[in-house]
Design a protein around this ligand. Structure first.
Ligand SMILES: C[S@@+](CC[C@H](N)C(=O)[O-])C[C@H]1O[C@@H](n2cnc3c(N)ncnc32)[C@H](O)[C@@H]1O
Length: 349
């Protein structure tokens, strides 16, 4: 009987070849175990799963000129790459506050930084939208330096459960905080074609805004639920079949990227919260305090540029960047996600 049982025992499936989920799929998610794999992934110009490579570190740190004993704010903690650089420069003196709207990633990063020795004595992390950063000044006082590295992190993009990328099947969610507001698929359920067309045009300059919005709304009116990333990709792909053969693949990819970006901006109210952040900046910065902002699309950059210029003319800032600062070609080769980054800065009068 014992022998028979042994013969019928099923072979254990190899997890690497048949991962059941995202966290099983990538060795990179266990950096302590697979350091070599991570180094190889970075060398190839890719971002290891579960990590985010910070952008324009030298440019940001040179401008912020952080001194031990200062108080700073990283408005967008993410994986904590910039935070870590700031903490190194504080050298155990002063305090850094770091915010993130994402309750899932913030706890992982807080834990990771604590394991590196950056605990609550030097670093306070808060699951808070940066539009509400003034809530922190009660305990922190005014900030000597502030960084906002806008958009989403590689961890959020790469995790199919968050729905940020059309490259992987997942729920069409796109919220930074999945506990607040409505998902992108819920948003699409009741939107009119005109509103969607306006959203695609305003948020990401989509050239086929009319065609794509018509296709999406007509699918929903037929009773189809666009509730996954790949379903939305398919609807966009079907709508753009008229593109010339030699352009179709790239054309669909670009339109998918822009449509996902437009929806992400919408469900997270990204323009509204950036506007509030820019308006509140002078009230939370100390005299001669420095702020720098990294943006990733023209809509964001325009807002930052206009705000800095207006507040310079009003005498609120003593100096602002006159030209946009871009990552070096070497950095863009090393990290493709740096390619669209633009940095601007301002100094409070
Ligand atoms: C590009 S990543 C930041 C990466 C980070 N600098 C690093 O080195 O890992 C942007 C982060 O900002 C967060 N974020 C975006 N908008 C936000 C907002 N309005 N308030 C707070 N956090 C926000 C996102 O959840 C994401 O974690």
């Amino acid at each position: 009987m014992e022998n028979q049982e042994k013969e019928h025992r099923r072979r254990v499936r190899y997890k690497g070849a048949h991962p059941r989920n995202y966290s099983e799929k990538y060795k990179e998610l266990q950096p302590e175990k697979y350091g070599d794999t991570i180094a190889k992934v970075i060398q190839k110009g890719n971002t290891p799963a579960g990590m985010h490579i910070p952008i324009c570190v030298n440019e940001i740190m040179t401008f912020l000129n952080i001194l031990p004993g200062q108080t700073g704010l990283d408005a967008t903690l993410g994986y904590g790459g910039h935070t870590q650089e700031m903490l190194m420069r504080l050298d155990g003196k002063g305090h850094l506050y770091a915010l993130d709207a994402d309750p899932i990633e913030i706890s992982k990063t807080t834990e990771r930084l604590a394991s590196l020795g950056y605990g609550p004595d030097i670093l306070t992390t808060k699951n808070l939208n940066f539009a509400n950063m003034d809530e922190v000044t009660g305990e922190a006082g005014l900030f000597d330096f502030i960084l906002a590295d806008l958009g989403v992190s590689s961890m959020q993009i790469d995790n199919p459960d968050r729905g940020f990328s059309f490259k992987k099947e997942g729920p069409l969610d796109l919220r930074l905080n999945p506990e607040k507001g409505i998902s992108a698929s819920e948003r699409l359920r009741t939107i009119t074609q005109e509103e969607l067309e306006g959203m695609l045009f305003e948020n990401s300059d989509e050239p086929y805004a009319q065609i794509i919005s018509k296709a999406i709304v007509s699918q929903i009116q037929k009773g189809e639920d666009i509730s996954t990333t790949t379903k939305l990709q398919q609807v966009i792909g079907d709508a753009l079949q008229f593109l010339p053969m030699d352009e179709i693949k790239e054309g669909i990819k670009k339109s998918c990227q822009r449509t996902f970006q437009a929806l992400r901006i919408d469900v997270n109210n990204e323009f509204e919260v950036l506007f509030e952040f820019l308006e509140k900046l002078p009230t939370v910065l100390a005299k001669r305090g420095r702020v720098t902002i990294l943006t990733f699309h023209s809509g964001e950059d325009r807002m930052v540029k206009k705000s800095f210029k207006r507040l310079l003319q009003a005498g609120v800032y003593s100096e602002v960047s006159t030209e946009v600062i871009r990552p070096t070609a070497e950095e863009c080769n090393r990290n493709s996600r740096a390619r669209s980054a633009k940095m601007r800065w301002a100094i409070k009068a």
